[in-house]
Design a protein. Structure first.
Length: 233
């Protein structure tokens, strides 16, 4: 796996675990929510600034470019001696990661929010590494590629979420639910949460081409399901 992918996976994992650890010291609400909101706002401000300021954009990419996907980079073009945006960057996954974490801190109870963040932090890196491992051994297929097989499209799609990676995401989610809810969730409930996370991470976000970032949706889906299913049992 490239350095680019390693950096992104480390960003997914370590800050999430750090925030969970800090939540034992700093109250999630209101102080934790305020701090997360400030960081999220700062990331949003930097996105707006780099979208319109080429010098700042150059500095930003030098510092954080290894964490950005292609569509998050954007592109400048020289027109009549002046640089203008040819393609605006989309919001980075980091912004949606922070936004999902911030919303979870105010919407859900403490242990539900911790579990949602744990799933977000662990499931994506685990899915990525498992997906790459199987792909390197020619034992994997992307979801879009699988869809094309059934629709007789005939096109191979080597890039995107894979079946093995998504199954690994579901497994990681299942195991994460034991961290804070070892007894109050039934096996069917854990499986339901795992399947919902799998679908959110792989199918709904990419296969069906919905413009919703899974970094935002995964903690919200996990939190809502745990809240509902735990109360129902």
């Amino acid at each position: 796996m490239s350095e680019y992918h390693h950096s992104r996976r480390i960003f997914h994992l370590l800050p999430g675990l750090l925030i969970i650890a800090i939540s034992y010291v700093i109250p999630t609400y209101p102080l934790g929510f305020i701090l997360l909101g400030l960081v999220t706002s700062a990331v949003h401000y930097m996105h707006i600034k780099r979208s319109n300021d080429r010098q700042f954009d150059i500095w930003y990419i030098q510092k954080y470019g290894q964490l950005l996907r292609g569509e998050e980079l954007g592109e400048w073009i020289l027109v009549e001696g002046e640089y203008r945006r040819k393609k605006y960057p989309i919001h980075s996954g980091a912004f949606y990661w922070l936004l999902g974490t911030t919303l979870s801190s105010i919407i859900f109870s403490l242990d539900v929010a911790r579990t949602a963040l744990l799933v977000l932090s662990v499931s994506d890196p685990f899915a990525a590494y498992v997906g790459v491992w199987f792909s390197n051994r020619n034992c994997n297929i992307t979801w879009v590629g699988l869809r094309n097989v059934f629709t007789r499209n005939g096109r191979a799609v080597p890039i995107g979420p894979t079946v093995a990676g998504s199954l690994a995401c579901g497994l990681a989610t299942y195991l994460c639910t034991f961290a804070y809810f070892p007894k109050t969730l039934s096996t069917p409930s854990r499986l339901s949460i795992s399947v919902a996370t799998l679908v959110t991470e792989a199918v709904a976000g990419r296969l069906m081409r919905l413009s919703v970032d899974d970094n935002l949706m995964i903690p919200l889906v996990v939190g809502l399901l745990i809240t509902y299913l735990e109360e129902d049992e």
